[in-house]
Design a protein around this ligand. Structure first.
Ligand SMILES: CC(C)(COP(=O)([O-])OP(=O)([O-])OC[C@H]1O[C@@H](n2cnc3c(N)ncnc32)[C@H](O)[C@@H]1OP(=O)([O-])[O-])[C@@H](O)C(=O)NCCC(=O)NCCSC(=O)C[C@@](C)(O)CC(=O)[O-]
Length: 303
């Protein structure tokens, strides 16, 4: 059976929008619990500016703790070269760099143009190679399906950016719907075209459920052959530098979708729903989404 690999981005995308600091030991407990439920990958932190995102002031403690736990793939977000340097110094196995297809979102998010952000990825690849580091470098193309500052983002822009990043050495491309503008037909078209460019380089999809189409978009991506998806425990998330951004597709509902479509994830959904209850109790100020946790699993009668 084909496996769809799901990554919990809650500890990064979810927490970057959270109003209170989640203590480091709780973050580590989160990893332990979701990994025990079978989640194969976790984006554990962000090497961003602690002034802008104080939630990740403990990134230098969180990443090594996650790496020492083992049993799941560890990655962290980097917004710039300084973030990459911090990740390389800690021997991060995988770093996720962000480039926004929308120039306006790029300026708001990382304080530099899309073209400069693409060029900086080339510097990061060179630095990694000079250091002899083995860190895998992935790039997420934010606002791939539209931007809440400028509106439509032409598909040709996303394809050109993907081509540039691939030629600079991206080892994974992620298409991100930062503000929930995508629809399933758009997803199918862009995924097909980016896969055509990427060849053997894997494609990941990262959807937000801002307008209720997140799971439909995930299904469309899977139908095109995507086997890597981001989702967030309890549907937490949202880029603080994109107006109107809200949570990622909910991890528990995504597991349900993937299993119902006949794929495996290696995740025990009931155990994951228990984990969600624990994490929710640590973040009383946050609103958790998700249909399966509320409705329960369907009754399975013997044939
Ligand atoms: C990009 C910066 C850092 C530029 O921030 P800046 O202030 O322009 O940086 P700077 O280069 O001018 O440096 C200013 C100071 O910050 C320090 N600095 C500089 N960089 C770092 C760093 N990485 N880590 C720690 N410190 C840093 C730097 O060393 C310096 O320190 P000083 O000399 O004053 O003491 C800032 O704008 C930033 O952190 N932005 C946050 C971006 C972000 O994390 N956004 C959310 C994630 S993206 C997202 O959510 C989308 C995604 C991925 O989920 C997919 C989707 O849905 O679309």
């Amino acid at each position: 059976m084909t496996r769809i690999s799901l990554r919990d981005v809650g500890p990064r995308d979810g927490l970057q929008a959270a109003s209170a600091f989640l203590p480091t030991e709780k973050k580590i407990e989160w990893f332990r619990l979701v990994a025990a439920a079978g989640v194969p990958d976790i984006e554990v932190t962000s090497f961003s500016s602690p002034r802008l995102l104080p939630q990740f002031a403990d990134a230098a403690e969180v990443l090594p703790a996650a790496m020492a736990m083992g049993g799941f793939g560890v990655s962290a977000l980097i917004p710039n070269r300084t973030g990459a340097e911090r990740g390389f110094a800690l021997k991060a196995p995988k770093l996720n760099y962000v480039v926004s297809a929308s120039n306006a979102h790029s300026l708001s998010n990382v304080g530099r143009s899309t073209a400069d952000a693409v060029a900086e990825f080339g510097e990061i690849v060179r630095l990694r190679d000079e250091l002899g580091a083995t860190t895998e470098l992935s790039v997420g193309i934010a606002t791939s399906f539209g931007c809440s500052i400028t509106g439509r983002v032409p598909e040709s822009d996303v394809l050109r950016i993907a081509e540039e990043l691939l030629s600079l050495g991206a080892q994974e491309i992620s298409l991100a719907d930062t503000v929930g503008y995508a629809n399933p037909r758009q997803v199918a078209g862009l995924v097909k075209d980016v896969m055509g460019l990427a060849g053997d380089v894997p494609l990941l999809c990262h959807f937000h459920d801002t307008r209720g189409l997140g799971l439909a978009n995930a299904a469309a991506a899977i139908d095109q052959g995507v086997t890597r998806l981001d989702a967030s425990l309890g549907g937490l998330g949202g880029c603080p530098f994109a107006p109107g951004a809200t949570g990622n597709i909910n991890l528990e509902d995504t597991v349900f979708l993937v299993h119902e479509m006949g794929f495996e994830t290696g995740i025990d959904l009931e155990a994951l729903i228990d984990v969600r209850r624990s994490v929710q109790s640590w973040l009383p100020g946050e609103s958790f989404t998700g249909a399966v946790a509320k409705a329960g699993l369907p009754l399975r009668k013997a044939a």
